[in-house]
Write a protein that binds this ligand. Structure first.
Ligand code: PAF
Length: 279
């Protein structure tokens, strides 16, 4: 496995690769969710490139950029075990040199709601860095987790509307045995908060149970999910939402694939999760 830190080195290695290249963009502090992305990339491509970059432009001024967990040595060990060929691990100045001032932004209809409403600028930071990584690595396929459902929809839209040639591959969310979606931010939770955090999954399971029982009124599903969340005193809800899985428009009635998502603060840790409901 080769580890490179500059765009020039990454391009040089890329130029030597023949056959399919799979890209796994990450912010490091890897867990099983990331490793499942790498495994999918490994199975489908001749070469696997992973990136580790805690992207400052996707964090708001009051958010956790400084304290975001980092453990590059462990990350490199895990990536090597999974058969990664190249890890691109740039410093911030390599991606955002002095004077950097070009942004890639998907329109408000996809980015003005959900995470975009609660984290202004977040999705613009994501699309900008992902577009840069696509340009540098020139992969045939790029792998993203379904846990960040809106991120995935926004990246797909960027790729389609800007005629990017990379294929975006969505990989199912990996969960702890009690249902909590794997996330680097789970490491912030105290033992008591970790127990409380299972309420996100319980709320999503309630949504699925209602849907499987024939309920199609989105407002009923949202209300019942909120009732589950209200049973957990440590949970503060940012949003509970039932949207069209592609347009992210809030639904009244579920008549096509819907993404049910939520963002909940447990203490000072903000967690997100979602499931797709489809007939
Ligand atoms: O999902 C993430 O970890 C990040 O948003 C990504 C896609 C690596 C961009 O920084």
């Amino acid at each position: 496995m080769q580890v490179v830190t500059t765009v020039a080195e990454m391009r040089r290695l890329r130029a030597q690769m023949t056959g399919g290249v799979g890209l796994v963009p990450t912010m490091g502090y890897l867990h099983e969710g990331h490793l499942s992305l790498v495994r999918c990339a490994r199975a489908e491509n001749e070469h696997v490139v992973a990136t580790i970059f805690v992207n400052p432009t996707q964090f708001g001024p009051q958010e956790d950029y400084q304290r975001y967990p980092r453990d590059p040595e462990r990350d490199l060990r895990l990536l090597e075990q999974e058969g990664t060929d190249v890890v691109f691990m740039p410093e911030v100045e390599e991606i955002y040199p002095p004077g950097f001032d070009a942004w890639v932004e998907v329109g408000e209809s996809l980015t003005g709601r959900l995470e975009g409403a609660f984290r202004p600028g977040h999705l613009r930071g994501v699309t900008t860095v992902v577009a840069k990584l696509f340009n540098v690595v020139q992969a045939q396929r790029a792998y993203f987790g379904q846990k960040d459902g809106q991120q995935l929809a926004v990246i797909r839209k960027m790729v389609a509307d800007l005629n990017m040639t990379v294929e975006v591959v969505a990989v199912p969310t990996v969960r702890e045995p009690d249902g909590l979606a794997m996330s680097s931010r789970n490491s912030y939770l105290s033992p008591e908060e970790r127990r409380a955090a299972t309420v996100l999954w319980r709320s999503l399971c309630r949504a699925r149970e209602l849907f499987d029982g024939g309920e199609r009124r989105a407002e009923v599903i949202r209300r019942e999910m909120r009732d589950v969340l209200a049973s957990e005193p440590l949970a503060e809800v940012d949003y509970v939402s039932v949207v069209d899985a592609e347009t992210l428009a809030e639904l009244e009635t579920i008549s096509r694939a819907a993404m049910v998502s939520l963002a909940v603060r447990i203490g000072s840790t903000r967690l997100i999760d979602n499931v797709t409901l489809a007939d």
